[in-house]
Design a protein around this ligand. Structure first.
Ligand code: BES
Ligand code: MN
Ligand code: ZN
Length: 498
């Protein structure tokens, strides 16, 4: 999909469709007013006749006469002007794409970014257009053999803006939105694939493919022997029950000077979490194919950053394996030595995410990172705490936590801070090892993060628990790609601040 800003006054009058907004309470949007004039007041009349009430997301196609701005006009209801904010803006755009995709239009001009949307500047308004178009046109890589609906013809989208200055800002926004779109698509594809396809080996191959696509990325994939050589005893314990070989994936993106300290993104890549010997209950166990969503998200963010050629250094580290029961599987009460040297008593083999992550966090130290952010579908307890709306955010660095939280707000991919600390570490006491891998039901998301904090001492570190946000269950089962938008916004903002 191609996106470009178009200065409204200069808009060429030959688009397949003009997308214009109409408010519910009387007013036409800025563009609708002009087009209404070209259509001899037809839009105003439709509303007067009660054929189009302009409720948020309502759509109506009008054929346009020769000489009008486009072959078709798509009216989008914007709801009440006073309540038109970022959420409503996204909703209006979503309805627009859904309707457009059903037409034969190959190109469209969207006039909605001309509207005022809460506190969003034109760069963000344009960025959201590209992001929503990409997200709505995303299709799950399914293995259905039934006839597939035809792919929409839409391939080019113009975004009308007021003047040349706005066009410059909008073009940047569109570039960001499109890069985010392809990062999200990569992340969602990986997470949606079945676990017999998306194995640790497969993830390693896809990371190597990224390096072939972008010369700015170098990928290194270690196998079990490489992981052994690093003495990652906790990671090895999780993988030992599975027939699928594990991988430790490192992708280095260089966009700044060699000596500039990188940001490290660490992803949990459990390609299937059966629970191991502490086997999970059958209901919804299939959803544990999504337990590599953290890995998928850090790869998606990396892709977006490489596409944008952001001037910073980024290291993506992924620990990936299956968590399976078998005669060789790790058992409750086994004690392992982590790469950091600390010993862990594994009381519950289903608390495996923290075991692979603690070694990956220790490994990140060799890159002398400016900050380390791990992303993981870590605990059911985080879903109990925050539902499916906010990701959990824990950190040992106030400034980093604030940066991530505000990135989430800007990107409409919010995270909510939860506590970590000695109180929670106390719950992880073991009579036999330095620390246990579980600490009881209470504050489960906080004990998991506090476990990780023991391996992040002296690092500027944050943890995103995306158990509730990375995918949807039920009828809409599938990956959301979260927190790719938060991560990309955070990284873009880092390049502005420094
Ligand atoms: N991958 C799960 C967390 C999870 C569960 C994410 C449900 C999304 C939905 C993780 O590995 C896990 O099993 N955590 C346990 C930890 C417990 C044993 C302390 C959990 O949350 O039940
Ligand atoms: Mn588990
Ligand atoms: Zn898990």
């Amino acid at each position: 999909m191609e996106f470009k800003a178009i200065i409204d006054a200069k808009a060429r009058h030959d688009a397949g469709c003009a997308v214009v907004g109409v408010y519910e309470d009387g007013e036409l949007g800025i563009a609708a007013r002009k087009i209404d004039a070209q259509l001899n007041g037809a839009i105003g009349k439709l509303r007067g006749d009660g054929d189009f009430s302009a409720k948020l997301g309502e759509v109506l196609f009008l054929p346009a006469p020769a000489g009008a701005a486009a072959t078709r006009v798509l009216l989008i209801g914007l709801g009440n002007r006073s309540s038109f904010g970022r959420k409503q803006y996204r909703k209006a755009l979503q309805s627009a794409v859904q309707s457009l995709a059903k037409t034969g239009a190959a190109d469209a001009i969207v006039y909605l970014a001309l509207e005022q949307v809460a506190d969003l500047d034109v760069q963000y308004r344009a960025r959201i257009v590209a992001e929503v178009f990409c997200a709505q046109l995303y299709r799950i890589p399914d293995l259905k053999t039934s006839a597939k609906p035809k792919a929409p013809r839409l391939s080019s989208v113009g975004v009308a803006v007021a003047d040349a200055r706005a066009a410059k800002a909008a073009d940047l926004g569109l570039r960001i939105g499109a890069a985010l779109g392809s990062g999200l698509a990569l992340s969602r594809d990986l997470a949606n694939l079945p676990p017999n396809v998306c194995t640790p080996t497969y993830l390693g191959n896809r990371a190597q493919q990224l390096a072939r696509e972008f010369p700015s990325i170098k990928t290194k994939v270690l196998d079990k022997n490489g992981i052994k050589a690093l003495k990652m005893g906790a990671f090895l314990a999780v993988t030992q029950g599975s027939d699928q070989p594990p991988r430790l994936i490192t992708c280095e993106y260089r966009g700044a000077k060699k000596d500039a300290a990188p940001i490290c993104l660490v992803g949990k890549g459990i390609t299937f979490d059966s629970g191991g010997i502490s086997l999970k209950d059958p209901p919804a166990m299939d959803e544990m194919k999504f337990d590599m969503s953290g890995a998928a998200a850090v790869l998606g963010a990396l892709r977006a950053i490489a596409e944008l050629k952001l001037p910073l250094n980024l290291v993506v580290i992924i620990a990936t394996c299956e968590n399976m029961p078998s005669g060789g599987a790790v058992k409750p009460a086994d004690i392992v030595t982590t790469m950091s040297g600390q010993t862990v008593e594994i009381l519950n083999t289903d608390a495996e995410g923290r075991l692979i992550l603690c070694d990956a966090i220790t490994y990140s130290r060799r890159f002398k990172p400016a900050a380390v952010i791990d992303v993981a579908t870590l605990t059911g307890a985080c879903i109990v705490a925050l539902g499916n709306h906010f990701s959990g955010l824990m950190s040992n660095d106030e400034a980093l936590a604030a940066e991530l939280a505000s990135a989430g707000i800007r990107a409409d991919d919010r995270a909510w801070r939860l506590p970590i600390g000695e109180e929670y570490v106390d719950q992880l006491k073991s009579n036999f090892a330095d620390i246990a891998n579980v600490g009881g039901r209470e504050g489960g998301a906080c004990t998991a993060a506090s476990f990780l904090s023991k391996f992040a001492k002296d690092l500027s570190w944050a943890h995103l628990d995306v158990a509730g946000t990375a995918w949807l269950g039920g009828a809409q089962k599938g990956s959301t790609g979260r927190p790719v938008p938060l991560l990309v916004d955070f990284l873009i903002n880092r390049t502005r601040a420094t």
